[in-house]
Design a binder for this molecule. Structure first.
Ligand code: SF4
Length: 427
């Protein structure tokens, strides 16, 4: 009988694509996949360090596994596993903890452990993590998340990601193109390019080191120009890109592209230059406004999502109001609002004065309200227009969702014939 494995992702799209890749590796090693709520021989939890309460969530999932399948092997990997391996190994029921460099060697590590032994930690210093491992999700969702870049060389003062994922490194353009071509033959319609700092995509230069090679150094712009030429994929999205890396040429390219969707997700984090400085972000609010202005001039229908953090140390009422006013007048479509929380070993964790937690929560609520209004406004602007919608699969309520090119969600009764199809739809 084949051994079975069930996998679960905490966190972002990048983690999701990696979980998918780990699942495929184990399938190639003879495992059969199960849903996470079913009984399996091995459970893998791919954790996140950004999610608040990652430790609690992880413990809760392990407890659930123990009740359901006390004999099963429990493997924890991902950012949290890299940052706090001992803490995770101490959770009763955990058998194996895999750090950033080891998660794709899971199959061989599994062969070396026995249930009942104390948890084994396979992890190295994050400085030693240099390799890039491509991953993508398929058969899990209609949209495919393709990882083309990993790690980050920025040092935002609140962020643990560079410590959890290491230096910025990227796939080669040729390898990304080969993956995309293969995905096209498997029926993929939409690919979401993902990375930790995607705009920093910078493939390894060949060893030759001659001048011509260096002057031809590839970057994110060269990647998207090449992807546009692949005829088998109808849609690409750029998952998220730092404002200082979103160049005029990228915006102009997307505005003329047949395949790159008019949808941008651009982290802002704060609308106060003072707070942006404390956060060690690499731009000021004026640059952000300029980027949004250019996008909307070239693509008035473009959807723009914004990440913002509230309650960063030193954020006064006036600073928060500045952020609110900035976002209020900005022509954006929705916000992802994060409440600041202290992370061990970050610069911000020692910054003073801290904002009381209840104030952080109030500010979060205010911006979530603003996000709702922005989304309503953006959607209403498109009522009556016909836009292309890629329909996904049946959802839990027996309905199906789809997204327009500019990321408006459409929900209709399930129709099998529309699954993974792009349809012109009057909103
Ligand atoms: S750009 Fe800043 S927030 Fe984003 S991953 Fe890098 S350090 Fe973290």
């Amino acid at each position: 009988m084949k051994k079975t494995v069930a996998l679960h992702t905490l966190g972002c799209k990048l983690n999701f694509s990696e979980t998918s890749a780990i699942g495929r590796l184990l399938e190639n090693d003879g495992f059969e996949k199960r849903n996470f709520d079913e009984v399996a021989d091995v459970y893998v939890i791919n954790t996140c360090s950004v999610t608040e309460n990652a430790d609690k969530e992880c413990k809760m999932l392990v407890r659930r596994i123990q009740r359901k399948a006390p004999e099963a092997m429990v493997v924890i990997t991902g950012c949290y596993a890299q940052l706090k391996p001992e803490e995770i190994a101490a959770i009763p029921g955990v058998d194996l903890v895999l750090g950033a460099a080891e998660k794709f060697n899971i199959a061989s590590h599994l062969k070396e452990i026995t249930k009942g032994d104390s948890a084994k930690i396979c992890s190295c210093d994050i400085e030693d993590v240099n390799e890039f491992t491509a991953s993508y999700s398929i058969n899990d969702r209609t949209r495919i998340f393709l990882k083309v870049q990993d790690g980050c060389d920025y040092n935002c003062s609140f962020c643990t990601i560079p410590m959890a994922r290491g230096k910025s490194r990227s796939d080669s353009v040729d390898h990304v193109l080969a993956n995309v071509e293969s995905l096209a033959t498997q029926g993929a319609k939409e690919i979401v390019l993902t990375g930790i700092n995607l705009g920093d995509f910078s493939p390894p230069t060949p060893q030759r080191g001659d001048l011509e090679q260096q002057s031809n150094k590839e970057n994110f712009f060269s990647l998207i120009k090449e992807l546009e030429k692949i005829t088998g994929i109808e849609r690409y999205r750029i998952s998220s890109i730092e404002p200082n890396l979103l160049s005029n040429e990228i915006i102009e390219f997307v505005s003329n592209s047949k395949r790159f969707m008019p949808h941008f997700h651009i982290p802002l984090q704060s609308g106060s230059d003072k707070i942006l400085g404390l956060m060690r972000r690499r731009y000021k609010k004026a640059l952000y406004a300029e980027r949004v202005g250019l996008i909307k001039t070239m693509m008035p229908h473009a959807c723009i999502g914004v990440d913002v953090i509230v309650g960063f140390p030193g954020e006064t009422e006036a600073d928060f109001k500045e952020t609110f006013d900035f976002l209020h007048q900005l022509n954006i479509s929705y916000l992802h609002v994060f409440t600041y929380s202290e992370r061990t070993n970050t610069l911000a964790a020692d910054m003073k004065p801290v904002v009381p937690v209840h104030v952080r929560q109030e500010r979060n609520k205010i911006l979530r309200n603003l996000s709702y209004q922005k989304m309503q406004y953006f959607t209403n602007e498109h009522i009556g227009q016909t836009r292309s919608v890629l329909f996904e699969t049946k959802n839990k309520n027996g309905m199906m969702d789809g997204f327009t090119d500019n990321y408006i969600k459409i929900t209709v009764p399930f129709n099998e014939a529309w699954e993974n199809k792009i349809i012109a739809w009057k909103i």
